[in-house]
Structures are given as structure tokens and as C-alpha cells.
Design a protein around this ligand. Structure first.
Ligand code: BGC
Length: 906
């Protein structure tokens, strides 16, 4: 009994000790910004982690990373391929691997621990990653497919039409499987199955690319899907962007084709490799009789190939595959996650029209498709679904703004009775769906709206006491996620859906507060480089399915601004290093073809989509409202030179700096000479855009800033009655510019207006996303999407940086050090925001009502912040640990704080 008692006590004591929380712990371990990624291609993957602690004011002092080829080795600290030892450093974001050379296909296990000013952390949980093929000779597979258009009506001309291809390969696996990995590229898009099981829930994979330059493949660990003896690998191929939607305005690169290599390692050390080759079978005589991103998917259930993905299926009627040519581009393991279903909606209403059709209202302009659950169909009687963003006054679909996109999905049942269905290779941008071909009133539960976009985390929340702002954030959230598809697209619905550069120049930065878009944008920068012409031109649509080399500045600026965003927001300097030379080449190219007397003369789109003088117009015709092209190009070019001097320092290209600076100073001088009226302090015709770009991009002669700013305010207040007057260029600087120069109230007014032109006007007209045009309700449908994000300009940045006070300290990146200085516009009493930064979650909630002020902030372990508050708030100086006054002027208090939660109150 006594023994038992002692044993119990001992057990309790040990358990208690084990449970006692360490002062710091390591969480959120990532490699290349992903949890346990599969198939990396980089020779030096980068490690990130976060510290958490119950203490305040925590700083990492050293870290130690260990990497091994097996988990056992890692735990025993044997055969390590990398052991950093204790490295004195406070960074914990994107630390590059510097161990033994990583092996093609290799699997690696890693962990990290840290020491800090409050103690040492235990080892993190074990993380894992694997490598892709590191050598082209690793590929033994051949490109295969069906090299004819075998079905009636199929064409690769005009509005292309083609059925999906089904390919299958039975194979044997005779031993106990240790590991099985599938390396696969299916162009345009594939769905792969092993023994009937889908290998992943990725959609429309692989990610888009400019195929002549680059072809992405995916890597999947499929160990659990391989069974003893008989197996089948089945792949369904859709058209995607490879067999493009319109021969004339996109491109047809060829018929769909597959490259697949399945490598199975057995526990006894032997291996089997199954490759795409001539032994496979193919048919295009299956149920997906057409699939086209613009026009929709047609599914005929009477042609179902029941059991084709499984063993035992008789494929005698299938053909042997054709060998297909390789699509030129470099095979590259895809660095960004694929598209997935990320949300689901149920219709909020179903209305019957007089002709027996039904209209579903999803309650939200969304991007994806409709899944059918248990609708009653009749054999051979098609059910047709068409998609639109809005309705006409008579309750039918408004399709005019979709231009040539037919957006029609058709399902034909094989028998009478209930059926389920969803498409594979399309998506639509819609709020309303018209259902034709039903004999009865369906229920909302018969339909699910699947919301699809690139897999990524939501990073931010923002709420305030102002409903217009709250709706702005909601609409932005839906609009942004609706336009992420391996590239940031202009719109998801009409016959365009392209990666237009100019829409994202500053937008990419604001978007990062809502979504972790790092891997998407760094991949897109690669697309941009892949689009570059030998002369150095950049296509303003990238991947360049439309190849447009304007050699102007404002749209291609997205290349540079995107790289800056990745650096500042995520601490990722690799894109800048990778693209520095191409960026420089672009600047030289533009200088060569467009610069005259230090003015950049070429401009194509102007201050695109500014509010025109008449609400029916798309573009203004009034010269007094339009900003001259050279003003736009020259100011933007100047800002790119400024960025390049920073990039040059970062990449060790200091020798370039002098040249950039010299050119910049000549441009500034020539620009002011030509466009600045020294009397009135107006730029050119005094548009808000001309003045705000000159001011915010640093071209205004020293000492004249206030006058230029006054012109902006005057113009906005008098000529535009406190409304926005800019298009996509001016708006990139407007909200921050007004605030920085002391007029947050005007910025707030613009952000919260409900009258035209404004975001609030869109909402009052029913917008649940952001329109392409300020006058999207009245303008010509020829260019009038309900789901563009470019008019967001810098408003999201302003909400986070200026209203919530969540901002990088000058020179800091990834929010290692913050600058927290919220602004308090009249009329706004409450802001509650959070942002998931690379170091952890930052939150800021303030309330300012009836003389009382209260601000709660949290910044993650291993970060610090400078906090600045106006003196007239009469706040009590917190006497907490971790708070230090660094500046105490007549107008402001400035504190330095360490990590943790703090409260400032009066
Ligand atoms: C696209 C825009 C794009 C613009 C450039 C439009 O058709 O939808 O978003 O930036 O063309 O001219």
C-alpha cells in the first residue's frame, strides 16, 4: 500500500513537472511558409517559427535548428544533415537552410528551439518536408493524351470546344509500401485518382503559367492510397488555360496532355516506378462533353464510365494513348498552393419565373460553382444553369456585362430520379443562378455554392463603429478571394479573367492584411519575369495569354511593388534577389523607348476608371478631369527608381545606386520644370491624382508640400464635394496621403460616403463585392464587372496602418518592430482589428467616446513597438513592465513596448 502511495506521488510530481509550461514555446513552424510542404525545389528552404510566452517583453536571443533524414535520427541527434548550434539572432522568419546538399525526392525532418531573455524553449514539434525532382533527368515519364478531337462539334478555333480526357493505367504493387509519391502535371487541368480515391482536394491544378516558358507540376504523397497487388491510376484532364477558351483572345497551346510519375518505395528497399507512357489507355467519350472556363461545363450522365477509376474496369473500348509533344516550358515544382473549396453558401432564396425557370440568390457575389444535391431529374432532360452577378428589373439574369462568356453548365441525367453533381473544370463569378429544365420547385438545400480560390490563410479581421467601413472590408474580402486563381485576376466572370498587372500594384499590399498571399504573389512575379520579352518589355497581362507590351510604367510597376510588398509584409527578400536584373532591364527598356528629356512619355491607360463627368460613360472625356499620361508615367517611374535603390542595397548591387539616384534627380527636376506651377503649387491641370502622386511619390520641391496638399484638399472638397475623383492610380496613394498630411477626416469622409462616387454608393446599389467602375450601375456594360478589386486603392492599408495603427516601423519588415499610431477621425468611435503577421498575431482595439479613451493592443513575442498617442487624450502613463517612454513632446507621448498585451486609457 505504502509503495503504491509513493509511486502515485512520484507519478503526480513527474506529470506536474512535465505539464509546467516553459517560459517560451515555439509554435507555427513552417518551411517555405508552409506547414510540412511536399515537393520543394529550392536548394535552401527557409524556416520560420513563432515564439509564444506567458511573459511580456520577450526577445529571442539564439535559435538552434536541426535537420535529419528520419524522425528517429532527429530525436537521437544522429546523422544530422544540419545542426546550426546556437545562433545568436532575434529573427525567426525565413531562415535559409545551409546544411548538406538536399537530395532529389528527399524527405527531411526538422525542429527548432530558442533561447530568450525569459528562458529557453523546449524543442518545437517535429516538422517535415520533402523535395521534388531536382534534376530534369529524374523524369522518366512521357507526355501522353489523345491527339485528335474525336467528338462531334469539337474545335480549337474560335469558341473552343472539347470533351474531357480520361486516362487510366492499372499497375501492381507487390510489397509492403514504405512511401509512394506522385509527380504530376496535367495540362490544362487534372484530377487524379488512385483506386477511385482522389489524391487531393486541389482544384484546377496545376497552377496557371506561361506554358512555353514554364510548366508547373505537383507532388503528392500517396502512400496511403496504394493497395497490395492490383491498383489503378486514373486521371481526368480538362482544358484549363492550355486548350484556351478562345483561340483569338486567349491561346490554344495544344490538346490536353499528361505527365505523371508514381514512385513506390517498398519496405525492403526495392522500388517500382509507374510513368505516363504508351501503355496507358484513354477516352474522350466520357460524361464531361465540354469544359471551358468562360462558357461552362456540360455533363451527360448517360456517358458515365462507371468504375473507370478503379480496378476491374473493362477499358477494352478505350484507345491506346498518343504520345504528345512536351510543352516547351521548364518543368518546375509548383511553389504556391492550389485552388481549393474554401467556403460554402446556401441560396438565400429561390424564385420561380413565369417561364418555369428558377432564380437562385446566393446572397453574395461569389466565385466558384453550384453543387447539386438530390435534385429530381428526368432521363435525357438537361438541367441548365447560367450565372450572373445581378438581375434585370424583371427578375431575369443580367448577362450583358459578361460579354462573350456563356457561363452555362448543363447536366443531363441518365435516369429518372435524384442526382448529385458538381463540375470539375470551370468556375463562375455570380450571385444569381438561373435553373432551367426542372418540373418542380427545388429547395435551397438542393444547392451548395462552393467558393473556390487559392488555399491560403485569412490573416486579418477589421471591425469599426462605422457600418460603411465594415461593409467595405466584407466586400473587399469577397472580391479579393474571388480573384485569386494562381494569379490575381482582374475579374472572375466575363470573357477576360486575366492577371492584369495594374490592378494589383498597391492592392497586393492591402490584400495581405486580409489574406496570406505571399506564395501567390511570389509565384506571380515569376510569371511576370517569364513574360518578359528579349528586349526587356513586360506584358501587362501575365501570364501573357494576352501579350501586351506597352512599355509604359503604371501597369508594369506591379512587378516592383509586388516584390516590395513581399519584403515588407512577409520579410521575403528572395523575390527581389531573383528579379533584380529583370527589373533593372525593364527600367532600361522604358528609358530607351519612352524617356524624352527625362520625362516618361508613354502611357496607355491613364488614371483608369476615374469617375467620369457623366454616369453613362466608362471613361471621362473631359480633359480637366483626366491626368496626363506623362505625369502618371514619370511619377511612377521615379518611385520605381527609388525602390530600386533599396533593392540594390539589399541585393549587393550598390554599384547601381549612383546611376539610379542620378537619373531620379534629373527626372525630378525635369518633371517639376514641366508640370509644377511654382505660383499655384499645382501639378499640370491640378487633378487630385497629379498632385497626390507627385506628393506621395516624393517629387514635390522641398518646402512646397503643404501647398500642394492644400490643392488636393481644395479640389476634393470644392470640385468634388468631398468625394473621390481618382481612378486606379490616384487612389493608390489617396487615403494614406490625406492622412499623412494631417487630414484624416477627409480620408474618412471619402471612405464613408454613401453618395456617388464612393464605395458606399456601390453598397447602396446592392454591391457585395467591389465594382470595376465607380458608376457600375449606370455605365456601359462593355466594361462593367461587379467584381474587380483595383478601386480599393490603398484603403485597406489605411484601415490597418492608420485607423488600427498596425504598421511596420520604418526599416522593419515582417512586423518585427511596429509603429503603432492610430488616427482618430471625427465620427469614428471604435476600431477592432487583428493581423496575423509572420511573428504572430497583432491586435489593436480602441474606443473613444464621450471623453473616455481606451486602447488594448497585443503584439507577439519577439517583436516590439513604438506607440504614439496624442497628448490631448490625457492618457495615464502605464507603469507596466515592458513600457518605456521614449519621447514626451508637447503634442505626443511615444512609448516603446516589448511583446505582450497592454492597455492605454485615460
Ligand atoms: C481589365 C482591367 C485592366 C484594364 C487595363 C480591363 O479590361 O479588366 O482590370 O487593368 O483592362 O486596360
Amino acid at each position: 500500500m505504502k509503495h503504491y502511495y509513493f509511486a502515485m506521488m512520484l507519478f503526480l510530481a513527474v506529470t506536474l513537472m512535465a505539464c509546467e509550461q516553459a517560459a517560451v514555446e515555439i509554435v507555427s513552424t513552417k518551411v517555405e511558409m508552409q506547414e510540412n510542404p511536399v515537393g520543394l525545389e529550392t536548394a535552401a528552404p527557409r524556416f520560420s517559427w513563432q515564439l509564444v510566452s506567458t511573459h511580456k517583453n520577450v526577445q529571442q536571443e539564439t535559435y538552434r535548428i536541426q535537420v535529419a533524414r528520419s524522425e528517429q535520427d532527429l530525436k537521437k541527434e544522429e546523422n544530422l544533415v544540419w545542426d546550426t548550434g546556437n545562433v545568436p539572432a532575434s529573427e525567426s522568419v525565413l531562415i535559409p537552410y545551409e546544411g548538406e546538399t538536399l537530395a532529389s525526392r528527399g524527405e527531411y525532418y526538422w525542429r527548432v528551439k530558442a533561447t530568450s531573455n525569459v528562458g529557453e524553449s523546449p524543442w518545437s514539434d517535429t516538422g517535415q518536408w520533402s523535395m521534388a525532382f531536382l534534376d530534369d533527368t529524374d523524369w522518366q515519364a512521357e507526355w501522353i493524351g489523345e491527339d485528335v478531337m474525336a467528338n462531334p462539334g469539337e474545335t480549337d478555333k474560335g469558341n473552343t470546344r472539347l470533351a474531357a480526357r480520361y486516362l487510366r493505367k492499372p499497375f501492381k504493387s507487390s510489397q509492403r509500401v514504405q512511401r509512394a509519391v506522385l509527380y504530376i502535371a496535367g495540362l490544362g487541368a487534372y484530377e487524379a485518382y488512385i483506386n477511385g480515391e482522389r489524391i487531393s482536394d486541389d482544384l484546377l491544378a496545376p497552377t496557371v503559367s506561361w506554358f512555353p516558358e514554364r510548366v508547373y507540376y505537383n507532388v503528392h504523397d500517396v502512400t496511403s492510397l496504394i493497395q497490395r497487388n492490383d491498383n489503378v491510376l486514373g486521371v481526368k484532364l480538362g482544358n484549363g488555360r492550355f486548350f484556351g477558351m478562345r483561340e483569338s483572345i486567349t491561346q490554344v497551346f495544344g490538346l490536353p496532355r499528361l505527365l505523371a510519375q508514381l514512385e513506390i518505395e517498398y519496405t525492403d528497399g526495392t522500388t517500382t516506378v509507374i510513368t505516363s507512357d504508351e501503355s496507358w489507355k484513354v477516352t474522350s467519350n466520357g460524361p464531361v462533353i465540354a469544359n471551358n472556363e468562360f462558357d461552362g461545363e456540360e455533363y451527360d450522365a448517360r456517358k458515365e464510365l462507371t468504375g473507370w477509376k478503379k480496378t476491374g474496369y473493362d477499358d477494352a473500348t478505350w484507345k491506346s494513348v498518343d504520345r504528345m509533344s512536351a510543352p516547351m516550358g521548364k518543368l518546375t515544382s509548383q511553389p504556391n498552393p492550389n485552388i481549393k473549396v474554401q467556403d460554402e453558401l446556401t441560396p438565400v432564396s429561390i424564385t420561380e419565373l413565369s417561364d418555369g425557370k428558377y432564380i437562385l440568390d446566393m446572397g453574395q457575389n461569389m466565385v466558384g460553382w453550384i453543387t447539386i444535391n438530390g435534385l429530381q431529374g428526368k432521363s435525357g432532360q438537361p438541367i441548365t444553369m447560367r450565372f450572373a452577378e445581378t438581375l434585370k428589373p424583371d427578375g431575369t439574369l443580367y448577362m450583358d456585362n459578361l460579354r462573350g462568356a456563356k457561363v452555362t453548365d448543363i447536366y443531363t441525367p441518365a435516369k429518372d430520379g435524384a442526382f448529385n453533381w458538381e463540375p470539375s473544370f470551370v468556375f463562375h463569378g455570380f450571385r444569381f443562378v438561373e435553373i432551367d429544365g426542372l418540373d418542380y420547385q427545388p429547395q435551397p438545400s438542393n444547392f451548395t455554392g462552393k467558393v473556390i480560390y487559392d488555399e491560403m490563410e485569412t490573416t486579418g479581421q477589421f471591425e469599426s463603429s462605422n457600418e460603411t467601413i465594415n461593409q467595405l472590408v466584407r466586400n473587399a474580402f469577397w472580391g479579393i478571394r474571388g480573384n485569386y486563381r494562381g494569379m490575381p485576376t482582374d475579374c472572375p466572370q466575363r470573357d477576360e479573367r486575366h492577371g492584369w498587372l495594374g490592378d494589383r500594384t498597391t492592392g497586393s499590399f492591402g490584400e495581405a492584411f486580409l489574406f496570406n498571399n505571399a506564395l501567390l504573389y511570389s509565384k506571380w512575379l515569376q510569371d511576370i519575369e517569364d513574360s518578359q520579352s528579349p528586349e526587356g518589355s513586360i506584358s501587362v497581362v501575365t501570364p501573357r495569354y494576352w501579350t501586351i507590351y506597352n512599355d509604359d510604367v503604371t501597369w508594369p510597376a506591379a512587378y516592383f511593388y509586388g516584390a516590395k510588398m513581399l519584403w515588407h509584409q512577409f520579410g521575403d527578400t528572395r523575390p527581389i534577389k531573383r528579379h533584380y536584373n529583370s527589373m533593372k532591364r525593364y527600367l532600361e527598356r522604358v528609358q530607351e523607348v519612352s524617356m524624352q528629356d527625362y520625362i516618361l512619355t508613354k502611357d496607355t491607360y491613364g488614371d483608369w476608371c476615374m469617375p467620369p463627368e457623366s454616369q453613362e460613360l466608362i471613361h471621362s472625356q473631359d480633359p480637366s478631369r483626366k491626368t496626363a499620361g506623362p505625369v502618371l508615367s514619370t511619377t511612377m517611374y521615379y518611385s520605381l527608381l527609388e525602390l530600386m535603390t533599396q533593392f540594390a542595397t539589399l541585393t549587393g548591387n550598390e554599384q547601381d545606386i549612383e546611376g539610379f539616384e542620378e537619373l531620379a534627380s534629373k527626372i525630378r527636376e525635369a518633371y517639376n520644370e514641366k508640370f509644377f506651377d511654382t505660383e499655384t503649387a499645382r501639378y499640370d491641370n491640378n487633378t487630385v491624382t497629379a498632385n497626390i502622386l507627385s506628393l506621395q511619390l516624393g517629387l514635390v520641391p522641398e518646402g512646397r508640400e503643404t501647398e500642394v496638399f492644400d490643392n488636393i484638399v481644395q479640389k476634393t472638397e470644392v470640385d468634388f464635394n468631398g468625394h473621390v475623383s481618382t481612378g486606379v492610380l490616384g487612389i493608390q496613394q489617396l487615403m494614406r496621403g490625406l492622412t499623412e498630411h494631417g487630414n484624416v477626416d477627409l480620408a474618412y469622409k471619402i471612405a464613408t460616403n454613401r453618395t456617388y462616387p464612393s464605395w458606399g454608393y456601390m453598397f447602396d446599389k446592392g454591391a457585395t463585392t467591389i465594382w470595376e467602375l465607380w458608376n457600375g450601375d449606370t455605365a456601359d456594360p462593355a466594361m462593367n464587372s461587379g467584381n474587380h478589386v483595383m478601386l480599393l486603392g490603398d484603403v485597406l492599408i489605411w484601415l490597418y496602418e492608420d485607423l488600427a495603427g498596425i504598421k511596420n516601423y520604418p526599416g522593419s519588415t515582417a512586423y518585427k518592430k511596429l509603429w503603432m499610431e492610430p488616427k482618430f477621425p471625427d465620427g469614428l468611435s471604435h476600431v477592432n482589428a487583428s493581423y496575423d503577421s509572420p511573428y504572430g498575431e497583432i491586435s489593436s482595439e480602441w474606443r473613444k467616446e464621450n471623453g473616455s479613451f481606451n486602447w488594448n493592443i497585443t503584439i507577439p513575442a519577439n517583436t516590439s513597438a513604438i506607440v504614439k498617442l496624442p497628448r490631448d487624450l490625457n492618457i495615464l502613463i502605464p507603469s507596466e513592465e515592458g513600457v518605456r517612454i521614449v519621447n514626451d513632446s508637447d503634442d505626443y507621448f511615444e512609448f516603446e513596448i516589448g511583446s505582450g498585451s497592454y492597455r492605454f486609457t485615460n
